[in-house]
Design a protein around this ligand. Structure first.
Ligand code: PLP
Length: 409
């Protein structure tokens, strides 16, 4: 569309399929499993790829197609494939591109089920894996072998918010002809577009910010038309983790407000991260929006802003951390992220429990880490909720706490 240059406009209009029959403004929902052919020859031609047209919703659906075109536009990539879940997207991108005997490199710290897929499942099918610290791009290069085919990472990392240099990693991947796959769930294309740095495939858990309302599990894979076609015609067609048209319809609706939601998530998260950093009850805050964070140098270049996820460690023991979580009132104790509601969880016992404790510590995910997904509520209310629970924390080091007279002041 000619005037659709900005992401706020694209989020509402890109990939729009006009309803010529009735002129429906909202995307029509084609809630159908199959499509009728005019005659046997037309069916045969569609199966042979000699005629355009839908066949069966596992192979493609007009509502789902509109979502794919919209997300591909937002990510500035040629095409996209919608999947049943975020894990459907991660597994689709990896399974379509790897085979027995190949080697892949993955970041040590990634979402727990992505770690389980790569470490426990792909290795069962003869794929060799190196889990690598990606903070130094030159360190990654030393793991490249003659059979290395693919590199997989998230930035910022779930759950400890470490940021990697996409430009350097994209260039390194090109140099060694590796397929690069980046999970962009945390920032969304509104804040970061990995394709700009030569990343080949971008995956999302659309369950999170893309949908944004906590009522769907879904995923999406973006890449070149050739790669997406390959993923659709192999993994999605034959393994079958395709998205339901109803979920696609909900996500299309959610994406219309993605840019405004991300702005508010970032604003709220920045205020909360600054509050937590100033609290004597908190040992360390991991949020790239803070000047003290290693990844802060990438803001304004690789990433437009720091997003809505914060993790932190309290000045207490594990039991004190659990009690802190239990006292929260506005923050719901739940995994997932990117919803209107603020959520709080404990990665070591929840989202990152597929790691052993040793693997987790080696990946820089401490047992005391707490992750919050900052929602769209008023940040003063969220801070008040954190404050009431923090003030009851049994601290390990009370020399950091304010004295009675400082508290009154
Ligand atoms: N990638 C990241 C970064 C995630 O946080 C998650 C889920 O939390 C996934 C992928 C998997 O997504 P889904 O739960 O939609 O399968």
């Amino acid at each position: 569309m000619e005037h659709s240059k900005h992401i706020e406009t694209q989020a509402i209009h890109a990939g729009r399929i006009n309803d010529e029959q009735f002129g429906s403004l909202a995307t029509p929902l084609y809630q159908t499993s199959t499509f009728m052919f005019d005659n046997a020859q037309q069916g045969a031609d569609r199966f042979a790829g000699d005629a355009e047209g839908y066949i069966y919703s596992r192979l493609g659906n007009p509502t789902t197609r509109q979502l794919e075109m919209r997300v591909a536009t937002l990510e500035k990539m040629e095409d996209a494939a919608a999947t049943a879940t975020g894990m459907g997207a991660v597994s689709g991108a990896l399974l379509a591109n790897l085979q027995c005997g190949d080697h892949m490199i993955a970041s040590k710290a990634i979402y727990g089920c992505s770690y389980a897929l790569i470490s426990h499942m792909l290795t069962r099918f003869g794929i060799e894996v190196s889990f690598v610290d990606m903070t130094e791009p030159s360190n990654i290069e030393s793991y490249v072998q003659s059979n290395t085919k693919l590199i997989f990472l998230e930035t910022p990392v779930n759950p400890n918010l470490v940021v990697f240099d996409l430009e350097a990693i994209g260039a390194m991947a090109k140099k060694h002809k590796l397929i690069s796959v980046v999970d962009n769930t945390f920032l969304t294309p509104v804040l970061q577009q990995p394709g700009k740095y030569g990343i080949d495939i971008v995956v999302h858990s659309a369950t999170k910010y893309l949908n944004g309302h906590g009522d769907v599990v879904a995923g999406i894979i973006c890449g070149t038309s050739e790669m997406i076609n390959n993923i659709k015609m192999t993994v999605l067609k034959d393994i079958g983790a395709t998205m339901s048209p109803h979920d696609a319809w909900l996500i299309i609706r959610g994406i219309k407000t993605l840019p405004v939601r991300m702005e508010r998530h970032c604003k709220n998260a920045q205020a909360i991260a600054e509050f937590l950093e100033g609290s004597p009850y908190v040992d360390k805050v991991h949020y790239p929006g803070l000047k003290s964070h290693e990844g802060n140098r990438f803001i304004g270049t690789q990433m437009q802003a720091a997003g809505g996820i914060i993790s932190f460690e309290l000045n207490t023991d594990l039991e004190g951390g659990a009690e802190f979580i239990n006292r929260m009132q506005l923050f719901s104790i739940a995994v997932s992220l990117g919803d209107a509601e603020s959520l709080i969880q404990h990665p070591a016992s929840m989202t990152h429990s597929p790691y052993t404790q040793e693997e987790r510590l080696d990946a820089g995910i401490s047992d005391s880490l707490i992750r919050i997904s900052v929602g769209l509520e008023n940040s003063d209310d969220l801070i008040a909720d954190l404050k009431q629970s923090l003030e009851k924390v049994q601290v390990l080091d009370n020399s950091l706490l304010p004295t009675k007279s400082q508290q009154v002041a």
